[in-house]
Ligand binder design. Sequence first.
Ligand code: ADP
Ligand code: MG
Length: 396
Amino acid sequence: MNKKTIKDLDFKGKKVLLRVDFNVPIKDGVIQSDKRITAAMPTIKEVVKAGGKVILFSHLGRIKEEADKAKGDLAPVAKHLAKLLGQEVKFVNATKGKELEDAINSMKEKEIVMFQNTRYEDLNNKAESKNSPELGKYWASLGDVFVNDAFGTAHRAHASNVGIASNIKESAVGLLVQNELEMLGKGLDKPVKPFVAIIGGAKVSDKIAVIENLLTKADKILIGGGMAYTFLKAQGHAVGNSLVEDDYIDLAKKFLAESNGKILLPIDHAIASTYADEDRKVTDGIDIPEGTMALDLGDKSIKMYEESLTGSKTVVWNGPMGVAEFENFKQGTESVAKAIVKQPGVFSVIGGGDSAAAAIKLGFEDKFTHISTGGGASLTYMEGKVLPGIEAIQNK
Ligand code: ADP
Ligand code: MG
């Protein structure tokens, strides 16, 4: 990792603009999960300890019209954070202007100010989400240094990350972002072999770049989930009513032809008559009967994938192996998760929002080496693409 981290900056007496990801689920003003808040605390505490003046900000949901402001209000988050830290967090209900500037300019070392949802600024021609140069410059002018600890939005170039970083003298990534980059980097850029990638989820079209990137790196790619049936159709198999993207059959053929046998596809399936949590029925072979759809790996495929994982030293996983939301079609995802974590000394990483959620729901939260906290950002990383919110941070 070549980006500056908080260890590289001196915070004493400095106004530290700290971009965090407090995009938490809130219902009627009550926070449903404070995971993202606790995840940002190590960096906040470090900067406080180092004598910085901490200016916190985040987005919360999407703000398209005035009426969205109420549910995007960050005040309850500031209150909750204060409780968790045991320290006052002064909340300013503004994203710019005199009240905010006065609050910042009267701060003492180790104090914390938090300002309102950065996306309130989207009501001005999407100034935040479209990275308006004036807004980035203005926010940068409020502080001395910038720390980006919001991994979840790192794949977007917004005023509150790229805008500020491009207009300030000193910048660094926070501890959460640093950990994400180190873990994803170990898994994808310097994998210990054998390296097995598992790609699933709904559509081929969402994962083209991930497959392309991993084809160059992994020893094997296990394909599951809805995208498997486009590949099977490309091989000439019957797929019934399973999810298929006809426009991607040619690309699937190309991937198969270029993969040197690296790509593995399911050899049987758990099927239902409609997209519903019906009783689990398993096909005998690879073809899917007319009038049915495949919603999960079948028993032989599960066995084959378990065996393929034997001895692996690095596993990167994106996308569930079936409709893991359904009780009767979660086996594929669950079995693969179990097979990964039982490999001795394996370095295992999950990226992708739904895969992470499925693994956590199935009880694997502490069993993987790393479960990424940023769905879109980790997907972008797996595509081998640059994350603009990280790229804009100064190099060491
Ligand atoms: P991630 O967020 O981890 O990148 P995706 O968003 O690509 O994953 O895919 C998750 C979705 O894929 C889930 O909602 C799941 O229901 C769906 N899915 C998995 N297998 C199938 C299948 N066989 N048919 C239809 N949808 C599927
Ligand atoms: Mg998803």
